[in-house]
Design a protein around this ligand. Structure first.
Ligand code: AP5
Length: 233
């Protein structure tokens, strides 16, 4: 049974391939909130050939980070979307402590705050296989895996019948740079939220179903949420 909530605002943080983009649509469905993936938004800008897209492509293909100001502007704009009225899942943002501080300030100005943050913890060694086998449907952000979650028809999206692609940054060389950036820029964001006492660590090396159930159990049990805010499934 679904129940409306007065706003669920959560953040998913984890290294490339840890499963953020796999879990977010499941949470979105359960809680009727919006899913904002900054990676998906940047890839949409690249696809549209906008000025931002052109600049972002160079950075993404080198495994670097798009400047904080650009990303904060992007999140601010997208949070206006009516779909985000009941709350949101941020996936891939914030990625630096600067982004986290600006996000808090932005929400505070609106009398809101982040409810909970999930740390998708997984050893780097497991990520190469996940990333090099990943296939994505660009328009929706849906991801598949050649071995773990193959599409019904080879290289075709199950839902739309459109072609799947391999991301240009999904290769072992760029992955190493993305991982290095995660450790130096994004790990401190986890400490930032841990200090605020809103961080839960998830074992992201387990199956997607296991991870999903773990997240759901935290929603039910967490003292940070009033129990009536969550649906009983
Ligand atoms: P982004 O698109 O956010 O990439 P990422 O953080 O590297 O994360 P991924 O999308 O690679 O991984 P994921 O955790 O979503 O994994 P998935 O669920 O698909 O960012 C791309 C780039 O944009 C950045 O490098 C940066 O340049 C720029 N950027 C974005 N945001 C920015 C920001 N805020 N600031 C600055 N720059 C920014 O899973 C991976 C694979 O594994 C899939 O094939 C999936 O099917 C499979 N899988 C998932 N879960 C499991 C499981 N439990 N078991 C087995 N396989 C699984």
């Amino acid at each position: 049974a679904k129940k409306q909530n007065d706003g669920l605002r959560i953040v998913l943080i984890g290294p490339p391939g840890s499963g953020k983009g796999t879990q977010a649509p499941i949470i979105k469905e359960d809680y009727s909130v919006c899913h904002l993936s900054t990676g998906d938004l940047l890839r949409a800008a690249i696809e549209q050939g906008t000025e931002l897209g052109k600049q972002a492509k160079v950075i993404i293909d080198q495994g670097g980070l798009v400047p904080d100001e650009t990303m904060i502007g992007m999140i601010k704009e997208n949070l206006q979307n009516p779909e985000c009225g009941k709350g949101f899942i941020l996936d891939g943002f914030p990625r630096t402590v600067g982004q986290a501080e600006k996000l808090d300030k932005m929400l505070d100005d609106q009398g809101q705050k982040i409810d909970h943050v999930f740390d998708f913890f997984i050893d780097d060694s497991l990520l190469v296989r996940r990333i090099t086998g990943r296939l994505v449907h660009l328009a929706s952000g849906r991801s598949y895996h050649r071995e773990f979650f193959p599409p019904k028809v080879d290289m075709i999206d199950d839902v739309t019948g459109e072609p799947l692609i391999q991301r240009s940054d999904d290769n072992p060389a760029v992955l190493q740079k993305r991982l290095a950036s995660f450790h130096s820029n994004t790990k401190p964001v986890l400490s930032y939220y841990k200090e605020k006492n809103i961080l839960s660590v998830i074992d992201a090396s387990r199956s997607a179903t296991h991870v999903s159930n773990h997240i759901k159990s935290i929603f039910f049990n967490s003292l940070h949420f009033p129990s009536n805010k969550f649906p009983i499934v």
